[in-house]
Structure formats: C-alpha cells, structure tokens
Write a protein that binds this ligand. Structure first.
Ligand code: TXE
Length: 495
C-alpha cells in the first residue's frame, strides 16, 4: 500500500520555516542557526527549524514569568480547566494534522499517532483539566499550650511553583509534551518547553491551538533546538522546576545541573530495562500477542516497554518459536503507510546504535530472529529476538531502546525475582499468569514504579507513573503530579 496523502495544512506548516513559539507568537528569528529535521521513513530532510537563540530563550522565560504573575497564575481554577478542555477539543478537531506532523518527523506509524498518541493526548488533557478545581490543602489543629485562653488554627495551601522548564524526548513528543504542559497549566504554573531536536514540529502546532483555546500569551512557550537550550533553561534563576523525560545519562546530568543551579526542583522520567515474567501456566498464544503489543510497539522505542523476558522453561521454546514466526511475517513500511506493521527507527544515530547491538548479538550467536538492518532509504531494521547466554548477559542489563528483546528461561520463582531486580533501573515490570494469588504475592517483591499483570507498557492518566532506583525521581499523573508542580505553604494563626 502507498503512503497517505499529506493534508495541505501539514505541507504548509512544514514549509513555513518553523522556529519557536514565544509569548503567543510563532518566531523564526532572522539569521538564526537552522537545523535539519529528517523524515526517518526516507532519510531525507523534511524541513529546517530555526534554533532558539539565547536571547529568545531568555524572552521565553521572561514571558512565562510575566504570564505567571499577571495572567495564568491568577486565573481561577475553573477557568484553567475550561481552557484546557477547550485545548483538548481543538486537538481532537485537528487530530489528523497533528498525527501527520508527528508521524513525519518521528517515524511513528500513522496508525499509532491517529489511534493512540493523539486521542490519548486528548484523554490526558481532559483528565488533568478536571484536577484544576480539586487542588487543595488541609486544616490542622496545633497542640500549642494556651496560657491565657488563646487558640490556634493552621492550614496548608498548595501554591503553583512558578515557571516550569519541560524537556522532552523524540519517542512520543506530542503526548509527553502534553503531559508536561497539562501538569504545569493545571496547577497554575506556566511553562517553557524544549522538545527534542529530532521532533520539533507537533508541539509548535499545539502551542498555536492553546492560544486559540484561551491560554494567555506567555503561559505556554516552545523553544526549539539542541540540549544547549535545555541547559540554559535549567540554569535560569527564573525557572522554579525542571520536568525532564529522556535518557538516563542526560537525566542524571539534568538532575545535577538543576540542584546545583538554585536547588531547582526536578523530576526525571528516565529509561529502564523493564522485565516481563511469564509463569508456567501462561497460554502461549496470549503471551506472544502480549509481547508483540507491548515490546515492539513503535519499534521498541518506548521507555516502559519490556526488553527482557523471563519465561518459564516449560514454555520458553513454544513462545520463542511462535514469536519468531510472527516477527518474521511483520510488514515493514514507512510511517505514512497505513498497512505497515513495523516502521523505521527514529533517527540515524539511534539506527546506528541498534545496528551496533546487532553486530554484538550476531557475533555471540544469540539471534533467534531478525538481527539485521534493512535496506534504506530510511532507518529500517528487523524486529529482533535474542536468547540470553545467562543472567549476566549484557543484553539483559543495557537498555537498547529499540526492537531488541532478550529471553532467558527460569525454573524457580525466587531466582526469577532476583533476576528481575538485578538492575540499576526500576521503571516498569510485568507478571503474566492466570494465578492471580501468585501475582499478588510477587508484586511487593518487584522493584519497579509500575507492575502490570497480564499487560505491560499501557499508561492511564489516573494511574501514577514514574521510576524507582535509577529510572527517575517523581511521579506523573493521578494526583501525584500535584506535589511536584505546587509548593506546600503552611499557615498558623493565633486568635
Ligand atoms: O536523548 P536525550 P536522545 C535513549 C535512547 C536514545 C538515547 C539518546 O537510547 O538512543 O537515549 O537519545 C535534551 N541538558 N532515549 O539524545 O539526550 C535533548 O535535546 C538539558 C530514552 O534524544 O535524553 C532532548 O530534548 N537537556 C528515552 C532531551 O534532552 C538536554 C527517550 C532528551 O534527550 C541535554 C529518548 C542537556 N545537557 C531517548 N542534552 C526514554 N527512556 O524515554 C540533551 N538534552
């Protein structure tokens, strides 16, 4: 099947010399350094985007501060919720345009952007909008002694922290961006967001829609460019909080920089090496379907996706055989090909990194299926299944962030728990079994921010998400995000 036709509005947007969006205006600075944005499906340059100058980043922080003090920060919670709901409506109404923009620069299948990323962004926005009117403190009765009949009362207030710097990666740039924008705006904060330089387009369009929805100029600013811009934001004394999603090494650097800048609050949602455990009673077909749905979606470029599978030895051969057969039959195609089941990797550097992993796996004779790059143009590789040599196999410990899944059989459940926890990371983990009592006993023993049972990778706005150990600090979603985007103020009164 051939590619879908691009909407004229998408073509116009790409041709418009995009740059940044600051204080309610699209800005493409004259003379700015421009960087190439590639189409991963073809390897060709899609457009060039103007990198925000230090002066423009400064302007964005000042504009966000102005909006915090003068407009959005004093907008009533009800009206904040109304504006966010209107933004959700506009994203829904312009869904195809956003889906095409996102697929073009990320290589993500149009099927996934149309049916998951855009609609889920809407679901998340509406969920967050509902919280705007439900943020509150508590009242307390102090136990201070009363000498002359005086009494005491105390209460806490949740106050927006101020200007938030959001820094986001390329894998779900629209949806992760919406998470950060919605968390900040719901709480009354304003935000300057720096998308990944690989996917700078879709959030620019969201910022335009936010203005249309009634979010005042300056409350949401998008500054495009390299990590240098992220560094400028983190070190800026006007930034009260940094919310980062991305790789572990960059996240560690971001966390250190934020703390040493001004003890700036920081939340980090980093990667992992997520384990999935398939117990002896699992149904082979259901296990294979589950692995295909969760480990290979968006070519495995999902921070929560399982990369290491521990399968009971009685089922490992059957599951691997069926999985290899299904992976080998997947139709590979570009992001705009509706019939493709598996697309390109997101960028050339990441493609080359994955091909490097293939070389190691082939040299060690571990490949059960896949393990080769595919001819271009575009950054295509085969979906890959590896068999681990033993529990210390590097493929069970290093994040690939690609379509490389490694299998190790187990027999004993204590060994299983030890192997699942043998990682510096702890983002997500799953247990697949029909024995729910067994699953309930395993859950407390697993070191992870989220444990799924008979599922993996799926996120929901009502369920807090984040990592333990080296996978991050803080939680997004649920009511948990409120703690991170507000400061608790205590008030004591004598009367
Ligand atoms: O991520 P980075 P990159 C993994 C994946 C990938 C690798 C590198 O394995 O191959 O990370 O990808 C900004 N100060 N993941 O380079 O570096 C950067 O511009 C402030 C896993 O894209 O983490 C981008 O906006 N900001 C991951 C954002 O940080 C800096 C998702 C993320 O970039 C900065 C993506 C600095 N010093 C990649 N340096 C996941 N687990 O979700 C860069 N940035």
């Amino acid at each position: 099947m051939s590619d879908i036709a691009l909407l004229p509005s998408v073509q116009r947007f790409i041709d418009s010399q995009p740059g940044s969006f600051v204080e309610g205006q699209a800005i493409s600075e004259a003379g700015a350094e421009r960087f190439d944005v590639f189409n991963p499906s073809t390897g060709e340059v899609l457009t060039q985007v103007a990198q925000a100058s230090p002066a423009l980043v400064e302007h964005a922080v000042q504009a966000a501060h102005g909006a915090f003090v003068n407009s959005w920060g004093s907008t009533t919670p009800y009206l904040r919720g109304v504006a966010l709901n209107r933004l959700a409506d506009l994203i829904e109404a312009n869904g195809e345009e956003l889906a095409q923009l996102e697929s073009l620069s990320s290589g993500k299948s149009i099927h996934l952007t149309r049916h998951l990323e855009v609609p889920q962004s809407v679901v998340f926005l509406r969920y967050f909008a509902g919280w705007a009117t439900k943020i509150h403190g508590q009242t307390m009765t102090p136990s201070l002694p009363s000498m002359q009949g005086e009494q005491y009362a105390a209460f806490t207030r949740r106050e927006a922290v101020g200007v938030v710097a959001g820094i986001t990666p390329w894998n779900f740039s629209l949806m992760i961006g919406i998470w950060k924008i919605a968390s900040a705006l719901t709480c009354g904060c304003t935000i300057v967001l720096k998308p990944s330089e690989f996917t700078p387009l879709s959030l620019l369009r969201v910022a335009q829609l936010a203005l249309e929805a009634g979010v005042p100029p300056g409350a949401l600013n998008i500054v495009n460019g390299s990590g240098r811009i992220g560094q400028q934001l983190i070190g800026h004394p006007g930034v009260a909080k940094v919310s980062f999603t991305g790789s572990v090494p960059t996240g560690v650097a971001v966390g250190k920089a934020a703390l040493s800048a001004n003890l700036t609050r920081v939340t980090l949602e980093l990667g992992g090496k997520n384990p999935a455990a398939f117990l002896a009673d699992v149904d082979v077909d259901q296990a294979v379907e589950g692995i295909l749905q969760t480990a290979y979606v968006h070519q495995g470029q999902v921070c929560a996706a399982p990369e290491r599978l521990y399968i009971h030895s009685s089922k490992v051969d059957a599951i691997c055989a069926e999985l290899a057969q299904r992976l080998g039959a997947m139709k590979v195609g570009g992001a705009l090909d509706e019939s493709a089941q598996f697309g390109p990797l997101a960028n050339k550097a990441h493609h080359d990194k994955i091909v490097g992993f293939f070389a190691q796996a082939n040299a060690r004779g571990q490949v059960l299926c896949g393990g080769k790059p595919l001819p271009g143009p575009g950054y295509f590789v085969e979906p890959t299944l590896l068999r681990a040599t033993d529990a210390q196999d590097p493929f069970l410990h290093e994040e690939t962030f690609g379509p490389i899944v490694t299998v190790l059989p187990f027999d004993d459940e204590d060994d299983l728990v030890r192997m699942m926890n043998d990682s510096p990371f702890g983002l997500g983990a799953s247990v697949w079994t029909n024995d729910l009592a067994k699953a309930m006993r395993l859950i407390p023993r697993i070191e992870a921010g989220t444990v799924w049972v008979n599922m993996h990778t799926f996120l929901d706005p009502s369920v807090p998400f984040g990592g333990v150990k080296g996978s991050g600090i803080g939680r997004e979603f649920g009511s948990a995000f409120i703690d991170d985007y507000t400061e608790l103020k205590s008030v004591m009164m004598r009367f």
